[in-house]
Design a protein around this ligand. Structure first.
Ligand SMILES: *Cc1c(COP(=O)(O)O)cnc(C)c1O
Length: 357
C-alpha cells in the first residue's frame, strides 16, 4: 500500500472545540463546511456531537450529508438557501438558515413553510461580501418577525480582518453592528476563529470557530490562545527511494534545485495530487524520523524530494511528516504563499485514519 495518509486526532479536535467555548463562555457552532476543512465532516461531527452546541456548513448538500449520517444536532447553513425550493428541505430537516440578502427574506415571506424557521440574520458590518446593509437591518428583522414564518432570529455578522491583531477594523465592525442592532433583543454571533482567540471583548452569545478546531492558527504571530491549540491532522508518508548525489546535480522537474555539496536525497510518496502545495519551495520544513529537515526542488504530482544529508539513520522507509504536531500546517502554508485553510481543503487521494488518542 502507498504509505501516504492523513491521521486525524479526534481528541485534539475535542480539546480545540472546548478551548473555543472556554475562551469565550459562549455557545459554539463547530464550523465543518468543506468536509470539515478536509478532515471529514461526518467523522468530525460524530466526534463532537455529544459536546457541540451545533454545526455550521456552507450549503444544504453539506447539511444533508450530516443528517443522512444520523447527526441530530442543529446545523446552520452559512449562506442560507440558494433557491427558495430548498426551504422545504430546511423545514423538513430542522436546519437553521442564514439570511444574508433581501431576496432570501422575500422568498421566506412568499413561501408556505410548515414549521417556523430559525433564521440567522446577517448584517454587512463592513466586510462588503454578503449581509444586509446596517441601515436596513432593523426593518429586515421586523419583516422576518412579522412574516409568521420565523420562530427565532439570531443577529450575526462576520469579520474581515480579525486575524490582524493590530487592525482597528474589527472594533469598527463591532461598533457598526452594535449601533445598527440597538433595541433588537435577540442573541448575537460575530466571532470566527481569530475573533474567538484574539478579540476577547467582543460580546457573543454564539461563536463560530472553524480553523481553530483543526488546530491551526489564523495569526501570523504567536498568540496566547492559539498557542494552546493542538494540531488535528498529521499528513505523513515514507521515503521510497534514496539518492546519493555529488555536488552540482539537479533534482526533480526543471532542475529547480541543484546540490551544492554531496547530498543524500530522499524521495517521498507525496505530491500535489494529494493536496501538498506545489508552490512549496526548497526549504519548506518537513520532519524525517523525528528530525527537522527540508523539501528540495519542485513538488511533483505523486512524489517530492527531501534532504536526508544530515538526518542520522534516515533512509528507505523513513517516516516523513509533511505537517502535523511538529511541522505546523500554518508554516507549510506560509512557505507556499497560502493559508492553512487552503492546504487542508486541498487534501485528496490520501486515506484518512481516525484515532481517539
Ligand atoms: C467559514 C466561516 C466561519 C469560520 O471561520 P474560521 O476563520 O475558520 O474560524 C465563521 N463564520 C462564517 C460566516 C464562515 O463562513
Amino acid at each position: 500500500m502507498r504509505p501516504a495518509r492523513a491521521l486525524i486526532d479526534l481528541q485534539a479536535l475535542r480539546h480545540n472545540y472546548q478551548l473555543a467555548r472556554e475562551t469565550t463562555g459562549a455557545k459554539a457552532l463547530a464550523v465543518i463546511k468543506a468536509d470539515a476543512y478536509g478532515h471529514g465532516a461526518v467523522r468530525v461531527a460524530q466526534a463532537l456531537e455529544s459536546q457541540a452546541d451545533g454545526f455550521a456548513v456552507a450549503c444544504i448538500e453539506e447539511a444533508l450529508e450530516l443528517r443522512h449520517a444520523g447527526i441530530r444536532a442543529p446545523v446552520l447553513l452559512l449562506e442560507g438557501f440558494f433557491e427558495a425550493e430548498e426551504l422545504s428541505l430546511i423545514v423538513e430537516h430542522d436546519f437553521w438558515c442564514v439570511v444574508h440578502s433581501t431576496w432570501q427574506l422575500e422568498a421566506i415571506e412568499r413561501t408556505a413553510v410548515g414549521k417556523p424557521l430559525t433564521v440567522w440574520l446577517k448584517m454587512d458590518s463592513g466586510m462588503h461580501r454578503v449581509g444586509i446593509h446596517p441601515a436596513e437591518y432593523q426593518a429586515a428583522c421586523q419583516r422576518l418577525q412579522a412574516s409568521g414564518k420565523v420562530a427565532k432570529v439570531v443577529l450575526m455578522s462576520h469579520f474581515a480582518r480579525a486575524d490582524e491583531l493590530d487592525s482597528t477594523r474589527t472594533d469598527e465592525q463591532v461598533a457598526i453592528f452594535q449601533t445598527a442592532r440597538e433595541g433588537l433583543s435577540a442573541e448575537i454571533s460575530l466571532r470566527n476563529s481569530p475573533g474567538v482567540m484574539g478579540w476577547p471583548k467582543v460580546p457573543s452569545d454564539w461563536v463560530r470557530p472553524g480553523i481553530m478546531l483543526y488546530g491551526a492558527t489564523p495569526f501570523d504571530q504567536s498568540q496566547p490562545v492559539a498557542d494552546r491549540l493542538q494540531p488535528v491532522m498529521t499528513l505523513e508518508s515514507k521515503v521510497i527511494c534514496v539518492r546519493d548525489l555529488p555536488a552540482g546535480e539537479p533534482v526533480g522537474y526543471g532542475g529547480a534545485f541543484v546540490t551544492d555539496r554531496p547530498m543524500r536525497i530522499g524521495v517521498v510518496a507525496m505530491g500535489y495530487a494529494d493536496g501538498y502545495p506545489r508552490q512549496a519551495p526548497t526549504g519548506t520544513p518537513v520532519m524525517i524520523d523525528g528530525h527537522r529537515s527540508q523539501l528540495l526542488g519542485r513538488v511533483s504530482m505523486d512524489m517530492l524530494c527531501v534532504d536526508l544529508t544530515n538526518v542520522p539513520g534516515a533512509g528507505l522507509g523513513s517516516r516523513v511528516e509533511l505537517w502535523g504536531k511538529n511541522v505546523l500546517a500554518s508554516d507549510v502554508a506560509s512557505s507556499a504563499g497560502t493559508i492553512p485553510y487552503q492546504i487542508f481543503c486541498n487534501l485528496k487521494r490520501v486515506p484518512r485514519l481516525y484515532s481517539e488518542a
